[in-house]
Design a protein around this ligand. Sequence first.
Ligand SMILES: *Cc1c(COP(=O)(O)O)cnc(C)c1O
Length: 383
Amino acid sequence: MIPYGKQSISQEDIDAVVDVLQSDWLTQGPKVPVFEEAIAEYCTANYSIAVNSATSALHIACLALGVGKGDLVWTSPISFVASANCALYCGARVDFVDIDLATGNMSVNELERKLIVAEQENRLPKAVIPVHLAGQSCDMQSIHKLAKKYGFKIIEDASHAIGAEYRNNKVGCCEFSDITVFSFHPVKIITSAEGGMAVTNDSALNATMKRLRSHGITNNPEEMTEPSHGPWYYQQIELGFNYRMTDLQAALGLSQLSKVDEFVADRNELALKYADSFGSKPLSHLTQLTECYSSYHLYILRLDDTHEHLHKHVIEELRRNGIASHLHYIPIHIQPYYKQMGFEENDFPNAIKYYQTAFTIPLHPQLSSPQQNFITDEIGKLL
Ligand SMILES: *Cc1c(COP(=O)(O)O)cnc(C)c1O
């Protein structure tokens, strides 16, 4: 089976992990801060906080921004469930903003329309989590303008988008957001096995997220509320978690980071080749905006209306032929857990339309030319 995504692990990556295994520190050692600094520098942001997954990063990002009981958080229905679950962990409620069918990203027009109504009804969101689907940034400048007008915080779920650019800056520079979150799950652009990172320019958010990832404990005398008892002393000043990244993971992530631009360039090259080969088919790929450089975590196609009835057939047949076609994503609001909160299918019609037409085909740096030709040929035959 040709997988839809796959990690690329080099001998240098392996050596970096083995070095840590032979060192004094398997966790809470020197590699984690080095990886954090490297990510912050890469994204041109001030601070970054390494954690054991992007899900954990989203959770502590919400908490650091004060999301709690009685608050509302809005995100995109076309995402992995973690983008919404993080708000529920904080006791907040979730709502969704329908997507723009061309890009698959949160629609800014729809966001504005929903904000106008929410303001009248006095139920504006505390935070909005735009998701950079497949690695293409959302229209962050417009979302940021709305955040200033309506007073909400922004967490970019950039789980797909390390190495991507928006308006000539790296995604993660946080020019138009409070916090950006990356995932280093093996299927994403770079990997630390499991792992994630929150990035911010705000020193207070950085300090809070650093505490929350490790039990709410601080060793910094300036953060303590009582005098130190002695050199062994630490203080828990709030309720946190064990969301720490190990040094093994940080070493792998750091080694992978040195290849991120290469990985993203390879992905863009493969994506261009796909785009060229489907020109005459009843298909479209996600529209790429001129201000965006996608990291192409995923290659997503949508069937034209005339061929919508073939959707399931195409995915099944590709799989039968050894091509692991997938569907990113099942709209979150139709997951049973979300439906029982009262969401109905047609609350977000574009998300449903997307779900009835979209499918993912393999894209990763190790995809060979013959494999890519085989995939385009098979799709050609099916349509
Ligand atoms: C993968 C992913 C996550 C979760 O990442 P983990 O590191 O596996 O926790 C969150 N949001 C999106 C959009 C993702 O694709």
